[in-house]
Unconditional design. Structure first.
Length: 254
């Protein structure tokens, strides 16, 4: 990666677990000439913004307007990593746009998003967009087997071809058990009651919809499944308690 040819902003777009964050981190390591995550996290020329509540996110973006104009300390670039820019409010997106537009040439933005259409058009227009689709499941399974993972075919299937998610499932037996139970629920089998009781845990509800998205992407889902998932997503947007949404999605099998 040649520093003088990197655009001001690169927007990596793809489903959760496909590798957007990993690629952004690798690009940052290359630009800042570091080889480890520890070295990157401690680097004074890296700024990393993760999703926060809107007011807090806007405060960070206001500070970013000042940060990008500071000269690099150790490298010859400053790298800004911002995840999930498709979740920014209109006000926060406007601040991000201003930061990109006003940034000097030595500031490089790496942005990630799940849904391109939800990214503010003005931000999209200032970035080089790079879609990251899931890998073919047989290809991912082969890579997992080559690296010594057991149940490679199942990991590739449950992850929907997303390497990051496959690695998380391999490392987290509880999460893998939940994915198996959710798959069973959607294929007319009898899931474990324990695995379906998510309570109102927003993180696990988000994980459940990551699973549903991989299910929709795999093969040709039935019209009933597509309708059920879209209805469940609409229920979440209407602030229906998450555990009701999950129960609806997995128990509405005809």
């Amino acid at each position: 990666m040649e520093r003088n040819r990197v655009p001001a902003a690169i927007l990596l777009v793809g489903p959760p677990g496909v590798g957007k964050r990993t690629i952004a981190v690798l690009c940052a390591q290359k630009l800042l000439a570091v080889k480890t995550d520890t070295g990157l996290q401690a680097h004074p020329d890296l700024l990393r913004l993760e999703p926060l509540e809107d007011a807090a996110m806007r405060d960070l973006l206001v500070r970013l307007l000042h940060h990008v104009h500071q000269r690099p300390v150790r490298a010859d670039v400053r790298v800004i990593l911002i995840e999930d820019v498709d979740q920014l409010s209109a006000a926060a997106a406007a601040l991000l746009l201003k930061a990109i537009e006003d940034a000097p040439a030595y500031a490089k933005f790496f942005l990630t998003a799940v849904v391109l259409d939800r990214v503010a058009p003005t931000v999209r227009s200032r970035a080089l967009v790079r879609p990251l689709p899931p890998a073919p499941e047989d290809m991912l399974a082969g890579e997992l087997r080559a690296r010594g993972f057991s149940a490679a075919d199942e990991l590739a299937r449950l992850s929907g071809g997303r390497p990051g998610l496959a690695l998380r499932l391999a490392a987290d037996p509880d999460l893998l058990r939940r994915y198996r139970a959710w798959e069973a629920a959607l294929t007319h089998l009898r899931p474990s009651e324990k695995d379906l009781r998510l309570g109102d845990d927003p993180e696990m509800t988000k994980e459940f919809f990551v699973f549903l998205e991989s299910t929709l992407r795999r093969g040709k889902p039935s019209a009933t499944l597509v309708r059920r998932v879209r209805e469940a997503e609409a229920m979440l947007r209407q602030h229906v308690p998450p555990h009701f949404v999950v129960q609806y999605a997995v128990r509405s099998t005809p």
